[in-house]
Design a protein around this ligand. Structure first.
Ligand code: MG
Ligand code: MG
Ligand code: MG
Length: 304
């Protein structure tokens, strides 16, 4: 019976590439019938990464009924495949907060590192498993993506050391410019509708009974998106209505200025309280805020 490995909805580079790499690792270490999958569309950054390292995108898995599943880069039900309980989760490999109702005893590995790919790369290193350049490439890209070129406070020493090892293997001398090239590939807003932008990396959270949606997009210059503010606020409102949210947030993260422009619709008083700053026309600049996981989600959970 096939086991499907996949990351979260609205997959980012780490979700797609850790599924591909973990399937490869499983196969190389003797497990059979393990397939990398995805449960959403591939974003421009990931497309760039897969093309650069000449790897085909994983298959789209639409239904979990009767399937064996390994979750990577997520464990929360809200971020997972629809009707997950119709299948069987046989393993979890993640670097996010645990919010998982167990169906028994399963291998469940979480580590507080900046990317799931850091954990997987070290599995290759620790077991001396053959690591092809292609796989090394996508693992490096995922670490650089998730840690925002090591600028995010989620970054650990282990992420940096792992990335350096991978870069050495690939002959990449300048990880920073490799990262900027990747983030530039992601920031092609002209071709994207407001809906595309909002759905690219959107996650929903239950905060003490309130429904909150937070999208994060990384840019090399947040000002590129400012002319589209009205359109983005409209889309935030639309999502709020159709998803029945209390708060709908967009974080436009500027990886060069190292901060984010936050746009929000709904119970914005909570944001003002959380950061002790006023929103003007639905926006506020938050200096130094780069991580949704560490600097936004827990801060909002606290006020909700
Ligand atoms: Mg992710
Ligand atoms: Mg990740
Ligand atoms: Mg991410």
């Amino acid at each position: 019976m096939t086991t499907y490995i996949f990351g979260h909805k609205n997959p980012d580079t780490d979700s797609i590439c850790s599924a591909i790499a973990y399937a490869d690792f499983k196969e190389k270490t003797g497990e059979k019938d393990v397939v990398a999958a995805r449960i959403g569309n591939i974003n421009n950054e990931t497309k760039f990464v897969l093309e650069k390292f000449k790897i085909a995108p994983p298959m789209l898995l639409k239904d979990s009924t009767g399937k064996k599943m390994i979750l990577v880069d997520h464990n929360q039900e809200a971020q997972s495949i629809d009707n997950r309980d119709k299948g069987e989760v046989v393993e979890v490999l993640d670097h996010h907060n645990i919010n998982f109702a167990s169906q028994g005893t399963i291998p469940f590995l979480t580590e507080s590192v900046g990317a799931t790919s850091t954990i997987i790369a070290n599995m290759y290193f620790d077991t001396k498993t053959q690591l092809d350049e292609k796989i090394a490439g996508i693992l490096l890209a995922s670490i650089v993506s998730d840690t925002i070129i090591f600028k995010s406070p989620t970054t650990t020493e282990k992420d940096k050391i792992t990335a350096q090892k991978l870069a050495k293997l690939l002959g990449i001398k300048d990880i920073e410019s490799f990262g900027i090239e990747m983030f530039k590939a992601k920031s092609v807003w002209g071709k994207m509708t407001a809906e595309d932008i909002l759905e690219m990396d959107r996650k929903e959270y239950d905060m003490s009974g309130s429904k909150v949606s937070i999208t994060q997009v990384e840019t090399v210059d947040y000002k590129d998106l400012v002319p589209r503010k009205k359109e983005l606020l409209c889309e935030l409102s639309r999502i709020k209505e159709i998803r029945g949210l209390d708060l709908s947030v967009l974080l436009i993260t500027d990886i060069i200025k190292e901060g984010c422009l936050l746009l929000a619709v709904g119970d914005t008083k909570k944001i003002e309280k959380a950061y002790n700053k006023k929103l003007t026309n639905g926006e506020v600049w938050l200096n130094g805020v780069l991580s949704r996981k560490k600097q936004v989600v827990p801060v909002l959970e606290e006020v909700f």
